[in-house]
Design a protein around this ligand. Structure first.
Ligand code: GAR
Length: 215
């Protein structure tokens, strides 16, 4: 039997944001510096659940098309989820990256993008899932925390882990409710996300139960 030809096409990425978009910027910068072909992926669109955010401005400055789907503009959460899925699908992504996207997607979105929807979270999962990963790690008194890049499943931050980065908690982190700690986590997180997305795109991957194998 003839060997399957290797698919060297650059992967299409849609990135979802809700805030400052520094993880998105790290991806944009890396792709601009390395080139689409060498990095193995390009950002074809950036989506958000709100307007007026720096994440969308960053996309616009880079000439990347944007779209916004706000929950409040739809009658039900399911309708919003379907509209978000449709807007993402219009850009025919190979991978969808949630980079500070602060909404939980629903059934329709996962039916279309499950297994190719990557999230980055500011804690060492399975500890401290949810919207306040940094604050919750501090409140618990953890001495190390960090970030996790993982595939999204139908739980809250429960999907298969791709990679993690560790950050030490300092005594002074209690003085500013984790602001400086989150900045140190984000420094590690941006590098991790850029590395993981590039490897997924260039090498391909399999998800075997809880284990992610990058080929
Ligand atoms: C990142 O630290 C990301 O892990 C976090 O929001 C930040 C976004 O930063 N996401 C979550 O907390 C999701 N639960 P950015 O907008 O500067 O990329």
């Amino acid at each position: 039997m003839a060997a399957k030809p290797v698919d060297r096409r650059a992967r299409r990425l849609v990135v979802l944001v809700s805030g400052s978009g520094t993880n998105l910027q790290a991806l944009l910068d890396e792709i601009a510096a390395t080139g689409v072909a060498a990095y193995g992926a390009e950002i074809v669109a950036v989506g958000a659940d709100r307007d007026g955010i720096e994440g969308l401005a960053r996309a616009e400055r880079s000439g990347v098309p944007t779209f916004v789907r706000k929950v409040k503009d739809y009658g039900t959460r399911e309708e919003w989820d379907a509209a978000l899925a449709e807007a993402v699908a219009a850009h025919e992504p190979d991978l969808v990256v949630s980079a500070g996207f602060m909404k939980i997607v629903g059934k329709e979105f996962l039916a279309r993008f499950g297994g190719r929807f990557v999230n980055t979270h500011p804690a060492l999962l399975p500890s401290f899932p949810g919207a306040h990963g940094v604050r919750d790690a501090l409140a618990y008194g953890a001495r190390v925390t960090g970030c996790t890049v993982h595939f999204v499943d139908d739980g809250v931050d429960t999907g298969p882990i791709i990679a993690q980065g560790v950050v030490e908690v300092r005594d002074e982190d209690y003085e500013d409710e984790g602001v400086a700690l989150h900045e140190r986590i984000k420094e590690v997180e941006r590098k991790l996300l850029v590395d993981v997305v590039g490897r997924l795109a260039r090498n391909g991957y399999r998800i075997e139960g809880r284990k992610v194998v990058i080929q």
